[in-house]
Write a protein that binds this ligand. Structure first.
Ligand code: 16G
Ligand code: ZN
Length: 545
């Protein structure tokens, strides 16, 4: 085919380093930028095929999120703005690893297996983060798409969730919003301004928020959005990319893992602060108290704040909709207990990785999902959205109901339902705090986190660990789970689990207990068991401190 002739020619400009194999992992392909040129070209090809197959626009985002600046990566976005279907992850891996002379054969296999009509038109939306390598890598994606005759809209610099939003807008013919960056700002800021009208007496101090942009794309986009928010949110932006390096000693991942504020951020005692990650799909909040102690409000605290607010509104509006919170094994035990026992909210636990949480949240009328690391959003089923809209229009509702349902409607519009979105989540949190008249300290006091510790253990092959029950129990190697169970019994309010990482060549260990000393010691003891039973390499794990 003439079409394939062009693929063949162009692919020579994006050669695959011989012997290199990469896997489409939990977050797409991700590694050092210098190894990715051929991957980008081929993901351009694959996105074009996916577009023909689904008869929809597909997204390709060039980013490595919270990874170091030298890394890069690529993720495919399916028609409704969700992560690409699992069966296509396999196609992606095979196409990425095909040697130069077998690209066409691999393409033909995918076309045949998926019964793709090559005469269908194709449309691909492309976005990139601020990494120095992102420009040429996104050009390689463009080359891939155009060599198969696909239509391209290159959005240039956008956050990951903005690109997910664009794809969803396009494929819903504008029902979700208008597929432009300005359309995104308008939709979110309109909803935010409507919501904050319900909190008319806020002072400038209460409107002030310190934002750490991780020296990335989120900072640029916050700057662009500021004017749309008409001073109802007064952002003090640091790590805005003008000096520091992307994700270096800053950003949501750094703050969550190190449990300390980012560098280059001035925070007064008690001041509300938040950090985005490198592509602005994660957010965590924090403050320091008058004793200088650092307090982190992670994804669990965010899920709790948002779900309790939505539940209250549902009751006030008299709407009988089921709300659930989806968490992973990393969710702090205190958050789960608070949600189940005090708030009487359904809690569901899934495997780590956004697609698992997203999928589980789709099973409810309203599914609030957050990973403890700060990635999350809220999904409203079609039926739930319909009920909310009908009640908004109902002339016979009393004032209390009307207020509640208007708040619900604007909350739906403010939330980016395609994927976790730092900017959208931040605006939701700011609106909820304003409407409820809560300070960050009030929010933090909803429940107290159990002390916890995360460790990594190097083993020769992490696949020897197989887990079940949403990664909370190890099935293999033999004896590992029993050993963990008996260690956990030695501590109060304790819990521990181990799982092979999906992004790094390590086994992750998580432990929590009633004291930090207990959590540290339990995590260490569990690490030793992993080291001994699962083929640890290098030195035996040492106790903390
Ligand atoms: C990826 C996932 C994230 C998960 C993390 C776990 C996506 C888009 N991202 O970054 O949700 O928390 O992996 O990493 O799914 P780990 O398997 O190394 O612990
Ligand atoms: Zn990210």
């Amino acid at each position: 085919m003439a079409q394939f002739e062009e693929v063949s020619q162009k692919s020579k400009l994006h050669p695959k380093p011989e012997g290199l194999t990469l896997q489409y992992g939990t977050a797409g392909f991700r590694t050092q930028a210098k190894h990715l040129d051929h991957i980008m070209f081929r993901m351009g090809l694959l996105a074009t095929l996916r577009s023909k197959k689904t008869k929809s626009t597909i997204g390709v985002m060039v980013t490595a999120s919270h990874n170091p600046e030298e890394d890069n990566g690529v993720k495919l976005i399916d028609p409704m703005g969700e992560m690409v279907a699992a069966s296509w992850e396999e196609h992606a891996t095979r196409l990425a690893n095909a040697e130069q002379d077998s690209i066409l054969t691999e393409l033909a296999k995918i076309i045949e297996k998926e019964t793709i009509d090559m005469k269908e038109p194709a449309s691909v939306y492309i976005g990139k983060d601020t990494r120095p390598s992102s420009g040429s890598l996104s050009q390689a994606v463009v080359d891939g798409v155009s060599s198969l005759g696909g239509k391209i809209h290159d959005y240039g610099l956008v956050t990951t969730p903005q690109l997910h939003y664009m794809v969803c807008c396009r494929n819903t013919n504008g029902c979700y919003g208008s597929a432009t960056v300005e359309g995104y700002y308008q939709k979110l800021s309109h909803a935010f301004l409507q919501l904050t009208q319900n909190a008319p007496n806020r002072t400038d101090d209460q409107k002030r928020l310190v934002v750490d942009g991780a020296n990335g794309i989120g900072a640029l986009k916050m700057r662009e959005m500021e004017a749309f928010l008409r001073s109802e949110l007064q952002v003090v932006l640091s790590n805005d990319g003008s000096r520091g390096k992307l994700n270096h000693l800053c950003g949501a991942d750094h703050v969550k893992v190190q449990q300390k504020p980012p560098e280059d951020l001035t925070m007064a005692a008690g001041e509300r602060c938040c950090s985005f990650d490198g592509d602005a799909d994660r957010i965590v909040y924090y403050y320091t108290d008058s004793d200088g102690r650092f307090h982190l409000l992670d994804g669990d605290k965010i899920a709790t704040l948002i779900s309790t607010y939505l539940k209250e509104l549902l009751t006030q509006a008299g709407l009988d909709l089921q709300i659930a919170v989806v968490q992973t094994a990393y969710a702090n035990g205190s958050s789960t207990r608070y949600l189940e026992d005090v708030m009487m909210v359904t809690v569901c636990c899934t495997k780590t990785g956004v697609k698992h949480l997203h999928h589980a949240a789709q099973q409810y009328d309203i599914g609030v999902y957050f990973e403890a690391n700060g990635h999350g959003t809220v999904l409203f089923s079609k039926a739930a959205q319909k009920q909310i809209l009908e009640l908004v229009k109902d002339p016979n509702t009393n004032d209390e109901k009307k207020r509640a349902v208007n708040l619900l409607e604007n909350s739906v519009n403010l939330i980016n339902q395609t994927v976790g979105d730092a900017i959208s989540d931040m605006l939701v949190i700011e609106a909820v705090l304003a409407i409820r008249g809560m300070s960050v300290q009030d929010w933090d006091a909803i429940y107290t986190d159990l002390p916890n510790r995360q460790l990594k253990v190097k083993v020769s092959d992490r696949r020897v660990i197989d887990t079940t029950d949403a990664e909370r129990r190890a099935v293999t190697p033999e004896g590992l789970q029993e050993a963990i169970d008996s260690l956990v019994k030695k501590y109060k309010q304790a819990r521990a689990f181990v799982r092979p990482s999906g992004t790094e060549d390590v086994v992750r260990v998580y432990a929590e207990a009633d004291t930090q000393k207990g959590a540290d010691s339990l995590a260490h003891e569990v690490s030793l068991v992993v080291y001994r039973l699962a083929g640890g390499v290098g030195d035996e794990p040492k106790p903390l401190q």
